[in-house]
Write a protein that binds this ligand. Structure first.
Ligand code: GLN
Length: 556
């Protein structure tokens, strides 16, 4: 029997890299693969690339493509054409962006990209850029379009197969394509937008003024699937279930009998990373859990119950109670970014001290996931809204050789799937997101032990009432925050001057955009009276009605 060359479609099994390279690559987003051999294997995996021009929805595009079981990564428009070519992508998608293509200094790309024979789909700014570069005309639109708009599409286009002739799409633009580039056929329009989509079948170039990646575009998923399958010819064979198996194998091979250290927070990402490592290398793993005193009520004990010596896993679990140290450092600090930095840095210090007791280790595990990478401005182009302390921040004084980031390429829902594959209980896998700096950023202004307790107690009541009302599955994230506002109240005929708690509850599918949840008034009412009765120094409760944007889900 001869050698059959098999095209293996693999999940990326994380990154292994040495400390110095990590620091360098955290800046450039460059990867270090496990071995040359595997690099080759990975490169053969069919990949679609999102080229980011500063749009808000870069991650959404990548997720939608992955939902088609096609691997997808995001790169900045500053990425060299040679690098893109070397990846041999099956297709390239240009994102939207805030600029105007016809102005000088607006993001652009090497024109050769249109001549590679690789299909390109331009979205919004990306569509305007394609037209502008190829000889069409883009200018300020006489009427800007924003919101859900009915678009008439040409159903004979491969992009619109199985799409209704009149379909609702999400528009968000001030400029428009006045004239399509030569060789392009107009395949969609609206009353105010004569060129809402174009195609050049021969060159496999497509462009849409609207955003198919956003859920408001009713048949957007179908359009992206059409691009990925009809135009790029992808097979769609990239699946989640091989990830766990392949990762365990690769980690085992790489780690050998080395020692591994992991910072476990009890959140979804670090829990999945820790259990994955434990399955791979068992006893060689030690997990350090730092209780920074900014966790939810009783959370430290809950994490210990699951992952500690009495739990189901073999993690060599060490708990460090460092509450006082964090409160001390945070004393009087009011600025959100400063608080984040202090918490991140102190976390590393505590972790280092613990690591020193263990002695030299070979590998350090980080639960970094793909949105962390992109949002920290490494992968894509979008503005950094908040800093993430788990990317780029590394213990300086821990003696280790390499970092393992087994989840670096996964979106949250993919991490959850991996968690279920690993047999982690549902309630842990589907936990609400909880920020690394914890309650530190749910207390507006300076943090004190007393305030932490207020927000913990109020939050516990809110979560209890939401669960009692059976809303915990419908509402995607809900918590209490402590506003820094104090106001006058009256209790038992006496004047009070106490704090206001803000209740937050949002529905969202991706946490990138969110809407304030419509919680029944009686649930809010019950929660309010319980909070003012049971939590000392709170005399007012408010409900946050703001969506994201313009607010963020968290307060700081
Ligand atoms: N800035 C461009 C416009 O206003 C593109 C907008 C976008 O990509 N959402 O038309």
């Amino acid at each position: 029997m001869g050698l059959v060359k098999r095209q293996r479609v693999l999940y990326n099994i994380g990154y292994f890299r040495n400390k110095e390279k990590y620091k360098a690559s955290a800046k450039t987003g460059q990867k270090q693969w496990i071995s040359e051999n595997q690099e080759e294997t990975f490169m053969k995996r069919e990949t679609v690339i999102v080229l980011d021009f500063g749009g808000q929805y870069n991650q959404l595009i990548a997720r939608r493509v992955r939902e088609c079981n096609v691997y997808c990564e995001i790169y900045s428009y500053k990425t060299d054409l040679e690098k893109i070519k070397a990846m041999e992508p099956k297709g390239i998608i240009f994102t939207g962006g805030p600029n105007s293509v016809y102005l000088e200094d607006s993001p652009s790309y090497a024109k050769e990209i249109y001549d590679l024979g690789i299909p390109v789909l331009g979205i919004c700014y990306g569509s305007q850029l394609m037209m502008h570069q190829l000889g069409g005309k883009v200018c300020k639109a006489p009427v800007r379009e924003y919101g859900k708009i009915e678009v008439t599409v040409d159903q004979s286009s491969a992009l619109f197969e199985n799409v209704s002739e009149k379909t609702i799409c999400w528009m968000s633009h001030n400029d428009y394509i006045e004239q399509a580039a030569p060789g392009f056929k107009i395949i969609a329009h609206t009353p105010d937008c004569p060129v809402a989509a174009v195609e050049n079948v021969e060159k496999k170039l497509y462009a849409t003024q609207f955003h198919p990646e956003v859920l408001h575009t009713k048949e957007g998923k179908q359009m992206l699937a059409n691009f990925v399958f009809n135009v790029c010819g992808c097979a769609g064979s990239w699946k989640m279930d091989s990830f766990v198996e392949e990762s365990i194998k690769a980690i085992r091979e790489k780690v050998g009998d080395g020692k591994v250290l992991c910072a476990l927070s009890g959140g979804v990402d670090s829990s999945v990373a820790a259990v994955l490592l434990s399955k791979a290398v068992g006893d060689q793993l030690t997990c350090v859990f730092v209780d920074h005193g900014l966790l939810r009520k009783n959370e430290g004990d809950e994490v210990e119950a699951v992952f500690g010596p009495d739990g189901n896993y073999n993690l060599n679990f060490i708990r460090v109670n460092a509450q006082e140290r964090f409160y001390e450092k945070l004393k009087g600090v009011e600025e959100p970014e400063a608080k984040r930095k202090i918490i991140g840095e102190e976390f590393i210090r505590v972790f280092e001290e613990e690591a020193k007791k263990i002695g030299a280790v070979d590998f350090l595990v980080q639960g970094t996931i793909y949105p962390d990478v992109v949002e920290s401005g490494v992968g894509g182009e979008s503005t950094v809204i908040k800093s993430h302390h788990n990317v780029g921040g590394l213990p300086e004084h821990v003696d280790f050789k390499e970092i393992i980031e087994p989840l670096r390429d996964l979106f949250k829902d993919e991490v959850r799937k991996a968690g279920l594959e690993l047999g982690i209980p549902d309630y842990l896998v589907f936990r609400q997101p909880f920020p690394g700096p914890g309650l530190g950023i749910r207390i507006i202004g300076d943090v004190t032990a007393e305030k932490v307790q207020m927000v913990q107690d109020a939050d516990a009541i809110w979560r209890e009432e939401i669960a009692k009302a059976g809303l915990d599955k419908e509402v995607n994230q809900y918590f209490a925050a402590l506003t820094n506002m104090r106001s006058v109240g009256v209790m038992g005929d006496e004047r009070t001057y106490d704090y206001a708690i803000a209740l937050r509850a949002v529905t969202t599918t991706d946490f990138m955009t969110a809407e304030s949840a419509e919680i029944p008034w009686d649930v809010i009412g019950r929660t309010t009276s319980r909070i003012v009765n049971e939590v000392k120094h709170v005399n007012r409760v408010m409900y946050d009605c703001t969506g994201k944007p313009p607010a963020t889900i968290e307060f700081e």
